[in-house]
Design a protein around this ligand. Sequence first.
Ligand code: HPA
Ligand code: ZN
Length: 335
Amino acid sequence: MHSFIQHLPKVELHLHIEGSLEPELMFELAQRNQVEIPFNSPEEVRNAYQFTNLQSFLDIYYQGANVLLHEQDFFDLTWAYLLRCKQDNVIHTEIFFDPQTHTARGVAFKTVIEGITKALEQAKSELGISSQLIMCFLRHLSEEDAIETLQQALPYKEKIVGVGLDSSEQGHPPEKFTEVFRQAREAGFLAVAHAGEEGPALNIRNAIDILGVKRVDHGVRCVEDEALVAELAETRMPLTVCPLSNTKLKVFQEMTEHNIVELLRKGLCVTINSDDPAYFGGYMTDNFNAVANAHPMTHAELAQFTLNAIEASFISDAEKQALAEKVDHYVASHA
Ligand code: HPA
Ligand code: ZN
């Protein structure tokens, strides 16, 4: 089973690039940029990663991002993640970045996007990994701030496939961002949003109905509304689920309580993703293994997570077909 998972072609759709900052790189960048961090070693950083809920994680995650200042830093961050993708046989990845986390500290939008996209281009040619980039608005900030961020993104429109919504879900529901999502969709961006992670099932409905999202990030609290679950199955609205994130942030107390396999078997387009792997203790293969250990599955079911992610990805039909063929071939060769 573990060998099947290790080599299974994978597609990641929910990965915050700032959440892939490993403590070792955080230290290296802190020294390189002479940024003070309140830790004496990478080990001390890791020991601080004891979370009780989403906010306890976000506080430390935004602090970690302070070491990112120059284009080279964003390149190094992204390249390190892509090398991990290669190890885990991730063949396509759609990456979130949080521009406001950086522009609020005086780092230019251009610095962030140039560093990230140069690494993505190099990964395409040197590692054979394709990618897309999604810009997230921070929901704890105002809609006005999000609209200003959308304006800053317009010159880089060809590098960004969509917009998303992340950060604190409690108290910041999807409808707070109705206007900026309307403007983003009008400008040609696809939409996604975190919803139903810590917030209620109603946030999932409103992300779909009001923000016009093509995928829901997390979405695991959909089970609190039976009609919604039926609708998600019927419409094949994708959920980008992050198993290790959910147990680390106590959305589920144990992986055995996680509902991802139940949702898969109900016909929902659920996918497995790593969210913030440096903080939650695992990349894609680790997430697949954690789910499979707690919920025994067939090879076909494991592969279905990748087929779902291909279906849910923001690439052309021809590209989707080429990726799906790789998965089908892999499964057939392991029959
Ligand atoms: N939820 C909300 N905001 C985030 C997350 C998440 O899982 N990861 C990074 N920002
Ligand atoms: Zn997330």
